[in-house]
Design a protein. Structure first.
Length: 110
């Protein structure tokens, strides 16, 4: 166990014994599944979570939801002309999502 792990363990044990970890929101429930957080820095994940709890989502998250919806819509289409139009919309959404993600990364670098 590294020195940092020992310090963290000591702090958690102290907080638990003082009752600071009791009555927290979500206590006794499994952690929420957030597979998207694996591709975001820890700071970014915390920021996104705070914004989501406040009801505000960054543009890149809104665009990601739109991309997923458009992909599902595209999978249902059989007419070639409709598929082509849906692919055009999908490409535009994906480009806008990539631009929003890059803007966030540039902003976070400072």
């Amino acid at each position: 166990m590294t020195w940092l792990n020992r310090i963290a363990e000591r702090m958690m044990t102290k907080a638990r014994s003082e009752g600071q970890l009791s009555g927290l929101k979500g206590e006794g429930q499994p952690l929420p599944d957030r597979p998207g957080d694996a591709f975001v820095s820890a700071g970014g994940a915390v920021g996104f979570r705070i914004m989501a709890e406040a009801g505000a989502l960054p543009e890149e998250i809104t665009l990601k939801k739109q991309v997923l919806a458009q992909q599902a819509h595209l999978a249902t289409l059989v007419d070639e002309a409709e598929r082509k139009a849906a692919m055009r919309v999908l490409a535009d959404l994906q480009m806008r999502q990539a631009m929003a993600e890059e803007a966030r990364r540039a902003f976070m670098k400072g």
